[in-house]
Ligand binder design. Structure first.
Ligand code: ADP
Length: 487
């Protein structure tokens, strides 16, 4: 599929350190999850390369943070324009290595690019304050300054947007960055970095270290242990988030963590059912169910349970699964065999514990592809694995509930707290439930909530900090208090 790139120069297979494209001592393969075929080899870097990237980012810091925000913004805006200009090629790279349908991949490019112009603007508004004095001989001032060198470890499910969502606020604030993209999706990351170079990013301001899963652990250790790196931003599993947090403890690093979710999607008796079905399909099956905000548990009130199931089953049955390059495909492959196995385990466990399989339920056998049928399970219960863990695949378990109190209690009975959704047309209920859900984000009568202008993030074990919105830049600045005496 990569022979179809309009701009073959975007297929970068070297890492980026200090403005130079570099090879490593070894390389590893990037494969297409729809076919199992090798797409390219990229450098498998380690400790020494991580040290060079940290040194480069540290060297570049003073010049970058001393520029007026407007000058940094100009680079970010040029980068955003280049990403949009090359959206088709970036989408091809993304579909090839990640699997999502081409239209979804293109959507991610535009969404991912939008963080750059959003934070280019926000960077100009990192305001300080003056505090009314309590001592006539003194004045109190507060300024905000770039945190310094930042590291970003990103996942494969949004190979471009998870990078720009972290890097845009960091760069806008005056920080320099080292990115360690997911081993499954380095090509999108490298193409994105190539366009940053074309936009005029100074050497060392943005560095990209590629590594396989083993070497990623080593690079992670170097980034976490470094005293020069002052902030780590990570998106991925809660399990890895905990490891990184621990590794960052000795250097008391600032942390932004966007971890796992277990999103409830509640349909009340008074919901607009067609809209709820649309929302559930979009929230559940987007990216083949591989997003941390995908509906994981669908709760439907008893009065509309059968009607919802019937309408939902018809829509699930109509989804087309296949290679993301094929026209009309809604559900692509899963990222790897481990993902397939997890989905199989969740389905088998649910059936063993009494769930009714209404649609799907098994792998689609193809040569080398990781496909799973869009699956619908009725009569799910809280004991099932699919209720307790994030399935991260195209499986929708439907739970029946009786009262609003039950729905809230069930929805909140998890250690996660990222996204939640509910459908209701009752204004009182909308406020009651919206306030009662213990989640960082609540979609009300919609299944899609992400956009650059809003604070994305979770509570409980879903993470720390917010990305996007006016809040998204706060993690990348330090507050400094200046006390002026002898007035
Ligand atoms: P996912 O479930 O999305 O694969 P992971 O948390 O396993 O999430 O991976 C997300 C990112 O974290 C990837 O870039 C991966 O290479 C990196 N990663 C995984 N384990 C570690 C680790 N122990 N130290 C540093 N980075 C890690």
């Amino acid at each position: 599929p990569l022979e179809t790139l309009e701009n073959p120069g975007l297929l970068r297979t070297q890492a980026l350190i200090n403005g130079n494209w570099v090879d490593g001592p070894a390389s590893f393969a990037v494969t297409d999850p729809a076919t199992g075929r090798e797409l390219a080899q990229v450098p498998n870097l380690g400790r020494a390369d991580a040290d060079s990237a940290i040194a480069a980012a540290a060297n570049a810091l003073n010049a970058w943070r001393s520029k007026p925000a407007k000058e940094r913004a100009a680079v970010l805006v040029r980068w955003q324009q280049l990403l949009v200009k090359h959206a088709d090629d970036l989408a091809r790279l993304m579909t090839a290595e990640q699997g999502k349908p081409l239209a979804e991949a293109r959507g991610e490019v535009v969404y991912g690019a939008s963080f750059l112009d959003w934070f280019a603007e926000e960077g100009k508004r990192v305001y300080g304050e003056t505090i009314p004095t309590t001592d006539p001989t003194k004045r109190y001032l507060v300024i905000k300054q770039a945190v310094g060198v930042c590291a970003a470890i990103t996942p494969w499910n949004f190979p471009l947007a998870m990078i720009t969502r972290k890097v845009a606020p960091a760069l806008a604030a005056g920080c320099t960055v080292i990115i360690k993209p997911a081993e499954a999706t380095p090509l999108t990351a490298l193409a994105t970095a190539e366009l940053a170079q074309q936009a005029g990013m100074p050497a060392g301001v943005l560095n990209v270290l590629t590594a396989d899963s083993q070497q990623s652990i080593e690079i992670g250790q170097v980034l976490c242990e470094s005293d020069v790196v002052r902030h780590l931003s990570f998106t991925g599993s809660t399990e890895v988030g905990r490891i990184l947090m621990k590794q960052c403890a000795p250097s008391i690093k600032k942390l932004s963590l966007e971890l796992g979710g277990n999103a409830p999607f509640i349909v009340f008796d008074d919901a607009d059912l067609d809209s709820a079905v649309e929302g559930a399909i979009a929230s559940k099956y987007r990216n083949a169910g591989q997003t941390c905000v995908c509906a994981n548990r669908i709760y439907v009130q008893a009065g509309v349970y059968d009607a919802f199931l019937e309408k939902f089953a018809a829509k699930v049955g109509a989804l087309k699964t296949g290679n993301g390059f094929e026209a009309g495909v809604n559900v692509g492959p899963l990222i790897d065999d481990a993902a397939l196995q997890k989905v199989e385990t969740h389905v088998a466990d649910a059936i063993a514990l009494g769930a009714k399989l209404l649609t799907g339920g098994k792998r689609i056998e193809t040569a080398g592809g990781n496909f799973f049928e869009p699956t619908l399970l009725a009569d799910a219960t809280p004991q099932m694995l699919c209720s307790r863990e994030e399935t991260f695949g195209p499986v929708a378990p439907i739970f029946k509930f009786q009262t609003e109190e039950d729905a809230i209690r069930l929805a909140n009975s998890t250690e996660f707290g990222l996204a939640s959704y509910f459908y209701s047309r009752d204004i009182g209920r909308i406020f009651r439930v919206g306030e009662a859900l213990e989640y960082g984000m609540v979609g009300i009568n919609t299944g899609l909530i992400s956009t650059a202008e809003v604070p994305f993030g979770g509570v409980k074990q879903s993470g720390l900090g917010r990305e996007g919105g006016r809040q998204g830049i706060e993690d990348y600045v330090e507050v400094k208090y200046l006390c002026l005496g002898d007035i």
